[in-house]
Design a protein around this ligand. Structure first.
Ligand code: GLY
Length: 556
């Protein structure tokens, strides 16, 4: 895989504008997700006459069965929709803090953060996925609800073949091993599932069948809710029946901005991603950063400097907009963007200590998942949803068979102080009952001449927004096709720690040039896993799953 990517990279660098890798092409409709059964479920709904929103719900439920590290019923996420008629909307089904949550709930008696925000029953926020997928499908879908949920029921009831990657993931997930029910279901009580084995999940099938028959109401008020609340009470968790009953998805106005004549529709707060993508691109737009080509030290330096500056703002100013006044227009105002741009030294990395907007950051785990869908009518959907950490809190609910998120760790567990990862969080993102934790999830849709051009997103915690931005840069500035744009090596800077993270395939001399400019480089194995769909000029759809993982693009 690495050799293939290296060859492709070389081809792009030597022959800019030349296509090195081929995306999956289709005329009418396309689904790209992290897992093959889930992609197939989405395509089947589309072929049966459903629209992209129906397919998005079907893929979301299917991933809850087949991609247990991030696909979920016990977590939450964001869905961005751009309708064929030009309207756009954003459905926020991010988890909320339980009613009994308190600001200091994850501090011990000496004021030190505990592991409780990461592992176990107390780490879970109130899940939003069932409510969010239903809200979107009932309002904007056209298929029958039962048909949308059906593929996931079948996958859970009859089982599916465990892939090589999933077998590895399940075996090495330490958090699953700590909870008997999780260990029983996902690790065969210690004897482990092998690649090719069938994973049958009867308890999860039961939950999905009730959702199919009774709607998400069952999850929030019915049998599922009662079992979940009882298990929470038994195990010291916070979520009650009241929490579940009161959970609502929020429909928000997406953020919009422009970059080199392209319109970018993206995620508003409580995502920090959309503001970041728009601010960083605006900073880059007038720098000429792209002149030396994709992957050049110059392009990486300028982009990293834009990243460094946004992350300083992010932790200071970003939080749930229902609880904290996020200064969106200020952060994106031309005057402010000009000031940020002017502060970049073309030859020298700025020390993050000298960036004062906010010396704060929060860190999120890299485990989340994203899928992109386009239907034959031209509706586009980008969904990113998550349990936060891989397999979330590690807790599978007895009798229900789904894993709970550990999204509470996305709050600033101790505002103003380093948390257990050495990260620092801001007051804007402090814990409050019913508040949503700050996210980086950035489902995005780019328009060219007013028409859909790119549907894109990724998991990856704080690296999400910088990776989504790089794919946009690769397509818009470096004229790559969707697959090359996804395959191309990525890098990331988030101000603190003051390190430029880079995938290994950048050349040693590029790294050297960056070090000469003062960057401290850290090589990391992979950064993010993009799922993208591009509308090509000839009318074809190009679907690009990320070769870094076992995704699948398919269409017709
Ligand atoms: N938990 C990952 C995110 O929301 O960004």
């Amino acid at each position: 895989m690495r050799r293939t990517i290296a060859c492709l990279l070389l081809a792009i660098l030597v022959f800019p504008g030349v296509e090195a890798a081929q995306p999956v092409r289709a005329r009418k409709a396309m689904v790209v997700s992290r897992e093959t059964n889930a992609t197939d479920a989405g395509v089947a709904i589309l072929r049966a006459g459903g629209n992209a929103i129906d397919a998005a719900a079907a893929v979301g439920f299917a991933l809850a069965v087949t991609h247990p590290s991030a696909g979920n019923l016990g977590g939450g996420g964001f869905m961005l929709i751009r309708f064929a008629d030009g309207r756009a909307t954003f459905i926020d089904f991010r988890e909320r803090a339980p009613l009994h949550a308190t600001r200091d709930m994850y501090l011990d008696k000496d004021g030190k953060p505990t592991r409780d925000s990461v592992l176990g029953w107390r780490a879970a926020g109130v899940p939003g996925t069932a409510r969010g997928l239903e809200f979107a499908q009932r309002k904007y879908g056209k298929a029958k609800w039962a048909d949308v949920v059906a593929p996931s029921v079948k996958l859970a009831r009859e089982g599916f073949a465990i892939s090589y990657g999933l077998a590895n993931g399940l075996k090495t997930a330490k958090n699953l091993a700590q909870f008997p029910e999780s260990k029983r279901i996902f690790q065969k009580s210690g004897s482990y599932h092998a690649a090719g084995d069938k994973l049958v999940q009867p308890e999860l099938a039961g939950v999905l069948e009730r959702i199919q028959r009774l709607g998400a109401r069952d999850f929030y008020e019915g049998e599922t809710a009662k079992i979940l609340a009882a298990e929470m009470a038994k195990n010291g968790g916070l979520i009650t029946l009241d929490d579940l009953k009161q959970y609502e998805a929020a429909e928000r106005k997406p953020l919009e901005g422009n970059y080199r004549g392209f319109k970018i529709i993206t995620a508003p707060p409580p995502s920090s991603g959309g503001i970041g993508i728009l601010q960083m691109l605006a900073v880059l737009e007038k720098t000429g950063y792209e002149k030396e080509g994709a992957g050049s030290a110059q392009a990486i330096h300028y982009t990293a400097e834009a990243m460094r500056r946004y992350y300083a703002d992010r932790a200071e100013h970003l939080g749930d907009p229902d609880f904290w006044p996020v200064p969106v227009s200020k952060l994106l105002s031309p005057a402010y963007v000009n000031k940020l741009r002017a502060s970049i030294n073309p030859d020298k990395a700025t020390n993050s200590d000298d960036i004062k907007a906010g010396d704060l950051k929060t860190m999120e785990s890299t485990e989340t998942t994203h899928y992109s869908i386009v239907d034959a009518e031209g509706n586009c959907v980008a969904v990113t949803y998550t349990l936060n950490g891989g397999y979330g809190s590690g807790v599978a609910v007895p009798g229900l068979g789904f894993l709970l998120n550990n999204e509470m760790d996305d709050f600033s567990v101790k505002p103003g102080h380093a948390n257990m990862y050495g990260a620092i969080g801001g007051e804007a993102n402090a814990i409050l009952p019913k508040k949503r934790p700050l996210s980086s999830m950035s489902p995005s849709i780019v328009l060219k001449d007013g028409k859909p051009f790119l549907v894109v997103g990724t998991p990856g915690g704080t690296r999400i927004l910088t990776s989504v931005m790089q794919v946009i840069q690769n397509v818009v500035d470096f004229k790559m096709n969707a697959q090359d744009a996804v395959n191309f090596p990525r890098f990331h800077h988030q101000s603190r720690p003051d390190k430029l993270q880079m995938e290994p395939l950048f050349s040693p001399d590029t790294r050297k040039l960056l070090e000469q400019r003062g960057h401290t480089i850290e090589i990391v194995r992979t950064i993010c896993e993009i799922a993208a769909i591009q509308f090509e000029d000839n009318g074809w759809l190009a679907g690009a799953a990320d070769p870094r993982v076992e995704g699948k693009a398919a269409g017709y």
